[in-house]
Design a protein around this ligand. Structure first.
Ligand code: C2E
Ligand code: MG
Ligand code: MG
Ligand code: MG
Length: 281
């Protein structure tokens, strides 16, 4: 079919590729426009302390509010934004907006919340990152200790020297650094010692099965003890039921986040959530 197909010398396979490429280019252009038109929004997922269940802070999660498609999840556009370099600009916007929103809310409540922001691997190695983080904090009037930056293992596994330096510079600002999705990548326990990390976020795929497995409890306890021995804080992601939350309390996990506690919420709904918690506490 590939040859002698008249109109298309490159054949079926290339035609498929070119459709994919056109789609990608269209998405790139759309993302650029979305940034200019202010179509990105942040949702905030609550994070609670254990065993108190007190609200400690929130994680900022970006969505694209597309007029035709509705709310587009980050999995559909973050990697493209990374490949095209748009992530730097989007990342700065996320940082600033998250600090402004959460400091604003904290001021209104008279109750300081922390905010976690996800950084892409590319952002970590950007030479402007430290200045951008400082600027976001200054603009919001937020103390640096209330900002946590989440990095996936992939962000620092490639160029360890450059990543360590970037992380050390961020640490001098006084922000906290977290390893996101811990347990899903290749980076093992030694990384927790090697890099200037404060918080380990255990991935959902790591947490959920342990609720039902016979050695799950022991495993979680060992993991939590080891993390504590390294002087780090443990947060469990993707807590979807009561059994898991109970297990995390028993194994001395420090904080939990997940649908069982709350979904990621638009700012207005976060306000309602916090006020409700505030009254019932
Ligand atoms: P992440 O940082 O690991 O965020 C947690 C993801 O798990 C979020 O998906 C959240 O909605 C989802 N989640 C939370 N609790 C539960 C649960 O109980 N069950 C299940 N099944 N899922 C739960 P989301 O918002 O779609 O974000 C996906 C990923 O996109 C994030 O994973 C993060 O890596 C990336 N991302 C999100 N916002 C940003 C951003 O502003 N910048 C960058 N660079 N990446 C971002
Ligand atoms: Mg995260
Ligand atoms: Mg995660
Ligand atoms: Mg994840």
């Amino acid at each position: 079919k590939a040859k002698g197909d008249g109109g298309n010398r490159y054949g079926f396979f290339s035609e498929e590729m070119s459709i994919a490429m056109k789609k990608r280019m269209a998405l790139e252009i759309a993302l650029r426009g979305a940034l200019d038109r202010g179509e990105f929004v942040l949702h905030y997922q609550p994070r609670i302390g254990l065993p108190s269940e007190k609200l400690m802070g929130v994680e900022a999660l970006v969505r694209w509010n597309n007029p035709e498609r509705g709310l587009v999840p980050p999995s559909d556009f973050i990697s493209i934004a990374e490949e095209t370099g748009l992530i730097d600009e989007l990342g700065i916007w996320v940082l600033r907006q998250a600090c402004l929103d959460i400091q604003g809310l904290s001021n209104r409540l008279g109750y300081q919340l922390s905010v976690s922001v996800n950084l892409s691997p590319k952002q970590l190695l950007s030479p402007n990152l430290v200045a951008q983080v400082q600027h976001a904090l200054d603009q919001a009037g937020m103390q640096s200790k209330y900002l946590e930056l989440e990095l996936t293992e992939g962000a620092f596994i490639h160029d360890m020297q450059a990543s360590t330096l970037a992380m050390q510079q961020l640490k001098t600002l006084g922000v906290r650094l977290a390893v996101d999705d811990f347990g899903t990548g290749h980076a093992g326990i030694s990384y927790l010692q090697r890099f200037p990390i404060d918080v380990v976020k255990l991935d959902r795929t790591f947490i959920t099965p342990n609720t039902s497995e016979p050695h799950g409890r022991g495993f979680m306890k060992a993991l939590s003890d080891m993390t504590h021995a390294l002087g780090l804080h443990v947060v469990a992601e993707g807590v979807e039921d009561k059994a898991t939350l109970d297990l995390l309390c028993q194994t001395q996990c420090d904080e939990a986040q997940g649908y069982f506690i709350a979904r990621p919420l638009p700012l207005s709904m976060l306000v309602t959530y916090v006020e409700k918690k505030w009254v019932t506490v």
